[in-house]
Design a protein around this ligand. Structure first.
Ligand code: PLP
Ligand code: ZN
Length: 415
């Protein structure tokens, strides 16, 4: 018995090494592996790898390798990723009135976002398949991550970016690592359509989260948190939600951890969208009957997505964990970001959705004061400097002070 690809709609099975991103019935595909494999792993195996010097053991993704993508170690393309910290801040606990609050900082990955966890697995799978040209559509972080892993593996990255809609920091990363950057007239959703067509017609390997191996890698965000919490699941895990790759991965990670008895309690997943890019939140309100795509518009460019491709998987996560979907305004996002930055954590705008969402869910008491909560921070503070500077200025939180160069002008600044 081994791994295979399984359609989440009709159950059709495909070989694990078939290059495919959807079923003949158009359903999404997921990697499925025998329960015995998961049962043969667990806290003892994973904890024993923590002190190892082996490259795969040291990665926060490949430490869980048999449950992520069981390939020969020679095919593993790793930097290593993961190994991100879990922070607590009493000021932030007070701000949202939540006693047990921690932040998982995925901005500490090699290219500055959680995308590396999925990308190391997708590019490793590409290596196993002998594919050397990869492509993605991206609001920025996926392209930065792909560019990095393509450079590491000596392949070519093609990134499709919506023109004028990604931050310069992310674009400069993709260009610097050597990716071919294609600016597409239109939004992310249009870029996504085009890259799917390019993958189909030109045989390029697609590494968006539609690729089931991306989702496998991103499961490790959850397992990493569980390991850091000594395998005691928190009550809630809150995540920003755009294309819904993470939301999808989190549900699978929890299902597998419970099935294999690594944990007994299921954490609930709360997915938070920006109110200007909220198709998933709207669908949740209507019991997930359908997904109505929107034209997305938010300051949180990483989640400016109107037609999320992983909707069918993500809705399962919310249903199976008894979770929820909430939305927050740009103003609430920037306020939460300001609090995270000032309290020595720091993140990019989209990441602050998780804290902004928690604040709202505490205010209406959906989440209780005594619940244990982990907020995911998806990207690094340096990812979107334009938005950071603008928001500090607009809200008169902080600005550059001019000086005529005299010591007097400096002395006046001392409190
Ligand atoms: C990609 C990204 C998201 C959205 O994640 P999905 O898995 O697409 O929902 C959120 N924040 C940041 C910083 C991202 O790069
Ligand atoms: Zn199918």
């Amino acid at each position: 018995m081994k791994e295979h690809l399984r359609c989440i709609e009709c159950g059709a099975k495909y070989d694990i090494n078939e290059v495919r991103y959807s079923c003949d019935c158009t359903g999404l595909l997921a990697v499925e592996r025998p329960l015995e494999v998961l049962e043969s792993l667990g806290p003892e195996v994973f904890d024993s790898r923590l002190g190892s010097r082996n490259a795969a053991d040291r990665s926060g993704v490949w430490r869980f390798r048999e449950a992520v993508n069981n390939l020969d170690e020679g095919n593993i393309v790793t930097l290593p990723e993961g190994l991100t910290n879990l922070y607590s801040r009493s000021n932030l606990s007070k701000w949202v009135d939540c006693d047990q609050l921690a932040f998982k900082h995925e901005g500490e990955n090699p290219s500055g976002s959680f995308k590396d966890r999925g990308m190391t697995v997708a590019v490793s799978q590409a290596k196993r398949l002998g594919k050397k040209i990869y492509a993605c559509a991206s609001t920025g972080n996926t392209s930065a991550s792909l560019a990095l892993y393509a450079a590491l593996n000596g392949g070519q990255a093609l990134v499709f970016i919506p023109s004028g809609k990604i931050s310069l920091g992310k674009l400069s990363q993709a260009l610097a690592y050597g990716a071919t950057c294609i600016s597409i007239t239109g939004d992310f959703d249009k870029s996504m359509q085009l890259v799917k067509q390019a993958a189909e017609e030109l045989g390029i390997y697609l590494v968006n989260s539609l690729n089931p191996f991306r989702v496998e890698g991103q499961k490790t965000i959850i397992w990493d948190i569980l390991q850091q919490l000594k395998w005691q699941a928190p009550d809630w895990i809150i995540t920003p939600a755009g294309n819904l790759g993470n939301t999808s991965a989190f549900g699978k990670a929890i299902e597998e951890a419970v099935a294999a008895k690594w944990i007994t309690k299921k954490p609930k997943i709360a997915a938070i969208q920006a109110s200007g890019a909220n198709p998933f939140a709207t669908s949740f309100k209507h019991n997930f009957e359908s997904l109505e795509p929107v034209t997305a518009n938010t300051v949180a460019s990483a989640i400016q997505i109107g037609n999320p491709v992983n909707f069918p998987k993500a809705k399962r996560t919310i249903t199976q964990t008894n979770g929820l979907v909430e939305q927050v305004t740009d103003k609430e996002i920037l306020e939460a970001k300001y609090m995270l930055d000032k309290n020595a954590i720091g993140c990019e705008p989209a990441s602050a959705c998780s804290l902004a969402g928690l604040k709202k869910l505490r205010q209406n008491n959906t989440i209780k004061k005594t619940d244990s909560v982990v907020c995911i921070l998806t990207g690094h503070i340096l990812k979107d400097t334009e938005t950071t500077l603008n928001s500090l200025k607009d809200s008169s939180y902080n600005e550059i002070v001019e000086s005529d160069g005299s010591i007097d002008s400096i002395s006046k600044l001392l409190k």
